[in-house]
Design a protein around this ligand. Sequence first.
Ligand code: MLT
Length: 412
Amino acid sequence: MATLNSNYLKLKAGYLFPEIARRVKAFTEANPEAASRMIRCGIGDVTEPLPLAVREAMHAAIDEMGTHGGFHGYGPEQGYEFLRTAIAQHDYRDRGLDVADDEIFVSDGSKCDGGNILDILGDDNRIAVMDPVYPVYVDTNVMAGHTGDANEDGSYAGILYLECNAANGFVPQIPEEKADIVYLCFPNNPTGAVATRAQLEAWVTYARKHGSILLYDAAYEAFVSDPSVPRSIYEIPGARECAIEFRSFSKNGGFTGTRCAFTVVPKNLTALCSNGEHRPIHPLWHRRFTTKFNGVSYITQRGAAALYSEMGRAEVAALVEHYMGNAAILREAVQSCGLEVYGGVNAPYIWVHALVGQTSWQIFDRMLNEANIVVTPGSGFGRAGEGYFRISAFNSREKVLEAATRLKAMVW
Ligand code: MLT
C-alpha cells in the first residue's frame, strides 16, 4: 500500500493565514451585518493597484506574445537575462554590492523559495529560527522531516528557537549552540524589527565560524527608511560565503497576486557533502530550478523589470510611502490606547503587546467581534508571540483611518 509523508501529520494546526480566513468566514456567516464593516489587517496582502509602469510593460509583452517574432514559449527556468540583470544591477551593484546576474534566480514567490531551498540542503542540519517567526520556515522543515513532534506550546522538537522579545529589541542573541541553518528575517515579519549592521555582522561571524548558512529573508527591505539599517545581508563583509538572500516584488511592487520574487545564491557559498568535501550550492539550486520549475511567465517578468524603470521606481516609492503612512496612523492609534507597540517604522507590520492575561487568539476574537477588524494573533508565529497581535499596514488609507478610529474606541 502506498504510504504518505507522515511528517505532515506532525503539523499542529492549519497554515496560519487560511486558519484566520476560516475563522473570519465563520464569523461573517454568523454575523452577516458585520461582513461589510470588516477591515482586514491580518495577512499582509497589498491593496493598491499595480503600478502603471508594470501594467504598460505587461500589455506590451502580451502584444509581443501575439506576434510570431515576439512570441515566447518556455523561457530560461531561472529567469530572463533582462530581469536578472536589472535586479543584480539596481538592487546590488548600484549599491556597491558584488552580485552577478547569474546569482539571481527568479521565482514565483519567497514563500515557495523558502520551502524549496530545503531540497538542496541536507536532512541532518540543525535548524534555528527566530521566535516569533514567519510560519513557513518552521512548517516546511516539519514537512521535510527535520523536526520531532510538536510540543504542547506549538514548538517542535529539534528546532533551535531564538527568542525575540521586547528586552532584546526582537533581534535574537547569538546562541551558544551551533546551528547549521539559521533563518533570519529583517525587516522582520511579524515584529517589524530591524537588525543593525553590528547585529548582522555578529551573525555573519557566527555563520562563518560554524560553517552555517544564513537564510536571509529580506522581502520587506523596501520599507527601510533608516539609512543606517542594512537592506541586504550582502552589505556585511563575508556574507557571500555564508548567506542566501530571499527577496520579493510582492510588497514593494504590489505583486502578491501577480507573483514574482527571487533568491540570490552566491557562487562562492559552499556546504559540506556526505564525503566530507565542500561543494558550491549554486549548481544544485540551478539544477533544482531547471528540473522542477518552468520559470515565471515572460509577461510577469517584463512587469517586474518595469519596477526598475524611472517611472517604476517612482511608483514603488509612492506605494512604500502610502503603506508606511498607514503604519504611522495605526501605530499612533494603538499607542494612544496605552498599548505597548513595536515595529511600523522600517516595516509595514505593527506588533502590539496587548492586555496582560489575554491570549493572542482571545485578542483576535475581541478585535473581530468588537471592532470588526482582522488582525493576526501573535501566537500563530510561535510561542514567543503569545500575548501579542500583528496589524498589517497593507490597506487603503480610508480603511486604515477607520480602523484607527475603531481601535481608539475600544475599551482596553
Ligand atoms: C504575512 O502576512 O505574513 C505575509 O503576507 C505572508 C506572506 O507573505 O506569505
